[in-house]
Design a binder for this molecule. Structure first.
Ligand SMILES: [Zn+2]
Length: 243
């Protein structure tokens, strides 16, 4: 099986745009007691419905909050998510509510980690693994595209990430940048045809089953290898981290 990173294309031939917000989000963490960072991730789960959750009203305003508040709310939200779901600070839930304009290709990435499919594309994607369409809620018009709910799965190989400082022991924040050359860990390939990489969630991966459909739209594909040249010990010695 071949895998491809899918990204927005550099040139736009379609005019489709969508803007809006989701109904719920976990707070970002403000001045984490472990790493003293204030931060939020960019993870969205459009298919997760928090209607009726005890603390749903606390999730309606995107904000930063003390770590303890984030942790308490994340445990409540977890009861509505599949087992093992990653819930970093700032994760948002529910369909996008807003406005869409323009003409859409069959498959569109509105940013590197958000994918949308037209109904005719959904018909072609039916039966593939990991396809969960969620229709946005638009003011006054039928949605021209559905958002694809993407799981965080798989991983970039540890060998290409190289040495990294340990994750924050409180909030789990990891301080590393995407390396110039990266590849998938062959031991962690999920049984999915589309997913966001768990340890690099700004990247969407599609399998050859999707890549070879030839769907129209403003996106580009680059094949992701499952092996590469690991960092050498000489490279490792360039990095020093405080304990
Ligand atoms: Zn932290």
């Amino acid at each position: 099986m071949r895998y491809y990173e899918i990204q927005p294309s550099d040139t736009a031939t379609w005019t489709g745009t969508i803007e809006g917000a989701r109904q719920w989000s976990l707070p970002g963490v403000e001045d984490c007691p472990g790493c003293h960072e204030t931060w939020a991730g960019s993870v969205d789960y459009p298919a997760v419905d928090l209607t009726g959750l005890e603390a749903a009203h606390e999730l309606e305003d995107a904000r930063a909050a003390p770590y303890a508040d984030y942790a308490r709310l994340a445990e409540l939200v977890r009861t509505r998510c599949p087992p093992g779901t990653q819930l970093p600070p700032g994760t948002s839930f529910g369909p996008l509510v807003g406005r869409a304009r323009g003409e859409w290709g069959q498959l569109t990435l509105t940013d590197p980690w958000t994918a949308w499919a037209r109904p005719d594309a959904l018909a072609l994607l039916e039966g593939l693994r990991g396809i969960t369409p969620v229709w946005p809620v638009l003011h006054g018009r039928q949605a021209p595209v559905a958002e694809l709910h993407l799981s965080l799965a798989g991983g970039l190989a540890v060998d290409c990430i190289g040495p990294t400082p340990p994750a924050c022991r409180v909030c789990g924040r990891e301080d590393w940048r995407l390396p110039g050359d990266y590849w998938l860990d062959p031991e962690q390939l999920p049984e999915l045809d589309i997913f966001r990489i768990a340890n690099a969630p700004t990247l969407i991966v599609v399998s050859e089953h999707i890549a070879e459909l030839g769907l129209t739209g403003d996106y580009r594909l680059s094949e992701l290898r499952t092996s590469g040249t690991a960092y050498s010990q000489a490279d490792l010695s360039l990095y020093r981290f405080d304990a």
